[in-house]
Design a protein around this ligand. Structure first.
Ligand code: ADP
Ligand code: MG
Length: 555
């Protein structure tokens, strides 16, 4: 804003801060810790079209951070401007923010770094004339000289970071945490730029070299980083998806383990590392069939979207990103991961069975299911379950088909498929109990949903088609709020779409055997059901001695 001056300077208590103080305050947003500084320097080197970048770090960046590149350089004339706040060669107009092809655009990184350290920069443009050398201490220019006969590129040396802002130095975390953060940032650039030659030197250790890779060999660099140079790992699981100009390419390790320690998790949008909790959670959730329940593995996911459809200017550190079509990206990513993993699993399951020719051997699950087969037994044994408000005390999903629960001082066998089928048949949601989903759930579906959509809507399920392969679920009945939606709705959805058999429970058994994800879902449905249902001996019967002895006689 431009101020029209008044004659009241003597009583003025609100004053404009001096430039150097503004620089120090703003610097906190951009260079919070050594890793954020390394990120800014590497972004600049890549924006300068460098094909070779050398990094040196001493004492986790507090003693020295040095980045040298062979990019297009800065001329002697431009050199002091590069260290002024809001000085950039990358954008000219506000609209340019939505056409970004560069990492940088705010023109404040070098100013922030220079205001919080002792800095030396030598740079020479491509024509090898007009190079320069500048020294800045705590934002104050100390020397500026021409630099004749140098090779093209830029070298920046940063010493004694935060020496003049001790309060900020105090916020630096433990050595290990700073090192982990530095490694994560550097690794993200190695992964996002496989065609660049990198070398990294930590303290007085030997240089780590990452040779530039030809197009299509990103997996090599990923494996080097995920597995820390160890050999004998499984190949990465890969997936690709594309929808309306949004492309997603993902790589998941097949190895996994408990907890996140030591795991690499990288999300990129237009080759820029960013953090997003809900996308991260979606990846972990959808990869659980590959990694096992509760485990995580390594991943790198690259999202490419038209520059006009993302906003990078959410925070000065540019690590938060807003997608204009976040729901589409979320759905596309979730559905692609789970689909590609189930395709891989299907291929692997089929292989050994076909080879061994031993399809009829009963598995332990078959034995349990046969001995607990409650739907075919005409037995009058066992009591009815009275409608009760008591919670299940204990319960297990012993297979996809059966649960055993303890309720009202008795153990019961529940036929999950019949319970599920009865739930949908008797469900009658009304307008007030239909809940819109904040994030739509994707379903793969090439068939037309027109003819089934009316019926599905009477059950509170409203779908919208996004492309020829994908529909999004927009609303659900409130009764299933909190359920694992994709496994709970899939059997019902495909049954109504394909009508491949007459009975929903038969259809589940044959084509979508997992309808409940946890015993809590069985419990919640039991709580909703009527007395009538609980007296249906095809759905729930008391667990008796006979069932147990069946189990042992069959094994
Ligand atoms: P931004 O990257 O947002 O433009 P910076 O403060 O990081 O702002 O850099 C200011 C300017 O200095 C850049 O716009 C660029 O012109 C120049 N610059 C910085 N680092 C390099 C480099 N390694 N090689 C060439 N030019 C650079
Ligand atoms: Mg920059």
């Amino acid at each position: 804003m431009t101020i029209i001056k008044t004659n009241t300077a003597d009583i003025q208590t609100i004053k404009l801060l001096p430039e150097h103080l503004i620089d120090q305050i703003k610097a906190g947003e951009v260079v919070e810790r050594p890793s954020s500084l390394v990120k800014e320097l590497l972004e600049n080197s890549i924006d300068a079209n460098s094909s070779k970048i050398e990094i040196q770090i001493i004492d986790n960046g507090l003693e020295l951070i040095c980045v040298e590149d062979n990019g297009k350089g800065i001329s002697f004339h431009d050199l002091p401007y590069a260290f002024c706040r809001h000085a950039t060669s990358k954008i000219e107009r506000y609209e340019d923010l939505y056409k970004l092809n560069s990492y940088g655009f705010r023109g404040e990184a070098l100013a922030s770094i220079a205001s919080s350290s002792k800095l030396l920069c030598q740079s020479t443009p491509l024509d090898l004339t007009n190079g320069g050398r500048i020294e800045i201490d705590g934002g104050r220019q100390v020397t500026l000289n021409p630099l004749p006969n140098n090779k093209n590129g830029t070298s920046i040396y940063i010493r004694e970071l935060f020496y003049n802002t001790p309060a900020r130095l105090k916020f630096i975390k433990s050595k290990q945490s700073e090192k982990n953060s530095l490694k994560r940032i550097i690794n993200s650039f190695l992964i996002a730029n496989p065609s660049i030659d990198f070398s990294i030197k930590w303290d007085d250790k030997e240089k780590l070299i990452y040779k530039s890779l030809p197009k299509g060999q990103l997996e090599k660099r990923l494996c080097k980083i995920f597995f820390n140079n160890k050999k004998n790992h499984l190949p990465l699981h890969m997936f690709n998806a594309e929808y309306e100009g949004n492309k997603i390419r993902g790589f998941l390790s097949q190895e996994s383990g408990r907890g996140n320690a030591g795991k690499s998790h990288f999300l990129f949008a237009n080759n820029r590392l960013f953090n997003d909790k809900s996308l991260h959670q979606a990846i972990l959730r959808n990869a659980k069939d590959l990694w096992g329940e509760g485990n995580t593995g390594h991943y790198a996911v690259f999202i490419s979207t038209p520059p006009s459809e993302i906003d990078v200017n959410v925070h000065p550190n540019k690590i938060q990103i807003k997608f204009f079509k976040s729901s589409t990206i979320y759905s596309l990513l979730s559905s692609m991961i789970s689909r590609s993993i189930s395709e891989q699993i299907e291929a692997e399951v089929l292989k050994p069975q076909i080879n061994s020719g031993n399809l009829s051997m009963p598995s332990p699950l078959h034995i349990i299911e046969n001995s607990f087969n409650i739907s075919s037994s005409e037995s009058t044994e066992g009591t009815f379950l009275e409608k009760t408000n008591t919670e299940i005390i204990k319960g297990y999903l012993i297979s996809n088909k059966y649960s055993i629960i303890e309720l009202a001082a008795q153990n019961w066998i529940v036929d999950n498929y019949r319970l599920y089928s009865r739930f949908w048949n008797t469900l009658q949601p009304n307008e007030t109990t239909i809940t819109p989903l904040l994030i739509s759930e994707p379903f793969y579906c090439k068939e037309s949903i027109e003819s089934s959509s009316k019926y599905l809507e009477t059950k509170g399920l409203e779908f919208e088609r996004v492309n020829k392969d994908l529909v999004l679920l927009k609303t659900i009945p409130e009764e299933i709020n909190g359920f694992s939606l994709s496994s709970f709705i899939t059997p019902f959805f495909y049954f109504y779409l394909k009508k491949s058999s007459n009975n929903l429970h038969q259809h589940i058994e044959e084509s979508h055997p997992q309808c409940f994800n946890s015993i809590n879902e069985v419990n919640n449905i039991l709580k909703l059901t009527s007395v009538n249902l609980l007296q249906d001996k095809k759905i729930i019967v008391a667990l008796t001695e006979t069932h147990i002895s069946n189990l042992f006689s069959l094994t």
